[in-house]
Design a protein around this ligand. Structure first.
Ligand code: FES
Length: 106
């Protein structure tokens, strides 16, 4: 299992265990992380699974694909650390990942 910590807009930290092969969004939904809506179910067509990657993890996670970048245009308060969590596959090298949930989606 891969440990992923979600930091809600309120500052609450939610520590989760993610399965390899799932996505960061699926992990958030399974753990009822507040602020992750994921309307499209992971098809990269809604931008309501927007998160900010913690600065310590940006280089490991990497940037968005061109398709994801286009969808991010519809997200609220996009920053250089923004990603759509449904597009981040859980892998062993993400053990300890910290992501921040925006104050609202789209
Ligand atoms: Fe819709 Fe990620 S769940 S874009």
């Amino acid at each position: 299992m891969t440990k992923i910590t979600f930091v809600a807009a309120s500052g609450e930290r939610i520590e989760t265990q993610a399965s390899a092969g799932s996505t960061v969004m699926e992990t958030a939904i399974m753990n009822a992380v507040p602020g992750i809506v994921a309307e499209c179910g992971g098809a990269c067509t809604c931008a309501t699974c927007h998160v900010y990657i913690d600065p310590d993890w940006e280089a490991v996670v990497g940037g968005p694909s061109a398709m994801e970048e286009d969808m991010l245009d519809f997200a609220f308060d996009v920053k250089s650390s923004s990603r759509l969590s449904c597009q981040i596959k859980v892998k062993d090298n993400l053990d300890g990942l910290v992501v921040h949930v925006p104050s609202r989606q789209g």
